[in-house]
Every structure is written in structure tokens, then in C-alpha cells.
Design a protein around this ligand. Structure first.
Ligand code: PHE
Length: 358
């Protein structure tokens, strides 16, 4: 073996001994670096006669190329090994079972709200939405609620740190009734021409479109036990026209209850009550004639004929426009429909409870 072959061989050995890329670069420097063995050989050529230079140079070049090839191969081998280790460490077992995403579902109270909306829509009611942070005027004053009425007391209404133009703090609406006046305003604005025409007609034959709406949503009171939660739901109903009476309330609400509970075996009772915004007022109780709740009177809504002062606040003439309103508790309806006895279960977010309704 000549001197150059030996050199190539020792380079291969040195490269093979390098276990890390950094070791390999050190080994490279020994052979191909500025002070490396190949460079030394090149320098040594300076002393040779011209005729030998050519063949000697070609031989050194071949040796240099062989060493470079060995270096590239070793680099690749080290990179391959490193990748193999990494792949091994990050290996995915594609045969493991996946993490299943359970199908979601509607909350039982949402189901009730959808049901209420579907039933009243089929009876020609509009469905309206309104703010949960409400002004004192809409929550109380517009509803004929005098300033010293207990419903305004700090005990059951939440107030927020923001005052209206009247200097009175906004509240978290304690009921959906503010939607009566809010919606009436929207309705009258939307049908302004019809209401103006009706008002201008001395014969009374020109009629504006009736107000017929439900307004479901969240409501808030400082209250918490098995049947009360600080956040709960209500659904307001309002039907106002020129000839809408208590009889219509009875028909509509009876129809609603029978459809909602899918039972004709159910009777209603209108029990005299008091609300500032209705006169006369009635609590609506239902009684199932069969099933687990049979025979008990269950309160499901407050109701009454809209008070003339409220009609006035809507911007309408109470001599001409008359009708009824009701406010029911969808949470209560959900408890009755599914036989749940603690309201708080609905708002705990426990999937073991909620998944039973899917
Ligand atoms: N807002 C009343 C309540 O929260 C319910 C109600 C609504 C009563 C409409 C009469 C008419 O108790």
C-alpha cells in the first residue's frame, strides 16, 4: 500500500471512530483542514521538479477526493442515525384507540325554550330577544311599578355599577316583563305608518297590526334554594290589539300547556293575584289528571290584562288597545316535564345529569 492509500485508510478509520457530528468535524480538520495532512502534502509539492509535480498533484487530488467522499458518507450516516433515534423516541402507536369526542346535546332548559318558541310561533307569535342589563325605567317604571314597590328593593334585584340618564343604576332584569314595552316600541316604530293611519281614522275601521310576541331569556334575582337560582329563565308573552281579552289568554295558555306537555289530560286554574303591570292579574296553575304529579296544583305563570298605564308607556291609547301578558318559568316547566326536583341541577354543569336528556 502506498503512502496515499494509507492516508485515505487512516482518514476512513478516524471518521468511523467519530460518534458525534462534532467529533467528525475535528477529524476532518486533521486531514482536510489548513494544517491537515492533505494540505501538508500539497505544500510538499513545491520542492518537486516540474515533471513530477503533475503526476504527484493528480494523485494527491484523487486521495483528497476519496477522503472527502468518506467524510460525506460518514456525515450522512451520523445524520441518519440521529433521525432514527428521534423517530424512535417520538414514535406514534397508530393502533392505540383514539380519544373519542362524545356527541354534545342541547341543555334541557334550551330544549324547553325551543319547544316554547315552536308552539307560540305556530300560534302566530313573534319571538323577541332583549337586554339582560336593563334600565330602571324598563324594568320597573314603565311597568307601573311605583318607586317604593318591594320588587325594587336591593334584596332581590341585582344592580350594576352603571347609571342611566335618570341617575338610577341599571339592573340585571329581574323578569322579562321589560320586553313588553321594549317590544311594543319596536313594533310601533316598524309599523309607524299603520299606527298613524289607525290613529287618524275617526271611524276606527283602520287597524294597525296587533302585537303578539313572546320574549324568552335569562333573568336574575338575589335568591337561591332548591327551586330558585340567582339566574333563571322566564318567557314573557304579550298579545295586544283592539279586541283581545282574558278569554284569549285562557285559550292560548291552555293550548300551549296541552301542547307542551303533550297531554289533554291537564286542567288550568287562574288564581287571582297582583302585579303592578296587569289588572286584573292571575297566577296560572296547572293540574295533571294522571301520572306522577296528578292532583297537585302547580304554579307555572303570572298573567293578567295589561294595565292602562303600561299601554300608555308603550305609546298607545289604553281606550283603544287592550290585551294580556304572561310570564312563565321555563325552568319550572322543564322540571315538571322531566320530573326533576332540584332546579340547581340544571346549572351545575354535571354531565352525568345533563347527558340523561340527550
Ligand atoms: N313578571 C312577572 C314575574 O316575574 C310575571 C308576569 C308577567 C305577570 C306578565 C303578569 C304579566 O313574576
Amino acid at each position: 500500500m502506498n503512502e496515499l492509500d494509507t492516508l485515505i485508510e487512516s482518514a476512513r478509520t478516524a471518521f468511523a471512530a467519530a460518534a458525534q457530528p462534532a467529533d467528525l468535524e475535528n477529524a476532518k480538520a486533521q486531514f482536510l483542514g489548513k494544517a491537515g495532512r492533505v494540505t501538508e502534502l500539497m505544500r510538499g509539492m513545491a520542492a518537486l521538479p516540474v515533471e513530477e509535480k503533475k503526476s504527484r498533484g493528480a494523485a494527491i487530488n484523487l486521495a483528497k477526493q476519496a477522503i472527502e467522499t468518506a467524510l460525506v458518507e460518514r456525515r450522512q450516516a451520523l445524520a441518519d442515525a440521529e433521525l432514527a433515534v428521534q423517530l424512535q423516541a417520538e414514535a406514534l402507536d397508530v393502533t392505540l384507540p383514539g380519544r373519542r369526542r362524545e356527541p354534545g346535546g342541547l341543555h334541557p332548559v334550551s330544549r324547553t325554550l325551543e319547544r316554547i318558541e315552536a308552539i307560540f310561533s305556530s300560534m302566530g307569535f313573534d319571538v323577541a330577544d332583549g337586554p339582560e342589563i336593563e334600565s330602571d325605567w324598563y324594568s320597573f317604571t314603565s311597568l307601573n311599578n311605583p318607586p317604593n314597590h318591594p320588587a325594587r328593593s336591593m334584596q332581590d334585584t341585582f344592580y350594576v355599577d352603571l347609571r342611566g340618564e335618570d341617575g338610577i343604576p341599571y339592573n340585571l332584569r329581574p323578569h322579562t316583563s321589560p320586553m313588553q314595552v321594549r317590544y311594543a316600541h319596536q313594533h310601533i316604530k316598524r309599523h309607524a305608518a299603520a299606527f298613524e293611519a289607525a290613529a287618524a281614522d275617526p271611524t276606527g275601521n283602520v287597524k294597525a297590526p296587533e302585537i303578539r310576541v313572546i320574549a324568552p331569556g335569562r333573568t336574575y334575582r338575589v335568591d337561591s334554594d332548591a327551586t330558585h337560582s340567582p339566574m333563571f329563565h322566564q318567557c314573557e308573552g304579550l298579545w295586544l290589539g283592539e279586541n283581545v281579552s282574558f278569554k284569549d289568554l285562557k285559550v292560548v295558555f291552555t293550548d300551549f300547556c296541552r301542547t307542551f306537555f303533550e297531554s289533554d289530560d291537564l286542567v288550568l286554574r287562574f288564581r287571582p293575584s297582583f302585579f303592578p303591570f296587569t289588572e286584573p292579574s292571575a297566577e296560572i296553575d296547572i293540574q295533571f289528571q294522571s301520572g306522577p304529579l296528578a292532583g297537585r296544583w302547580l304554579e307555572v305563570a303570572g298573567s293578567g290584562q295589561v294595565h292602562p298605564n303600561v299601554v300608555r308607556h308603550m305609546g298607545l291609547d289604553p281606550e283603544r288597545y287592550i290585551g294580556f301578558a304572561f310570564g312563565m318559568g321555563p325552568d319550572r316547566l322543564t322540571m315538571l316535564r322531566y320530573g326533576v326536583n332540584d332546579l340547581r341541577l340544571f346549572f351545575d354543569g354535571d354531565l352525568r345529569f345533563l347527558s340523561q336528556f340527550q
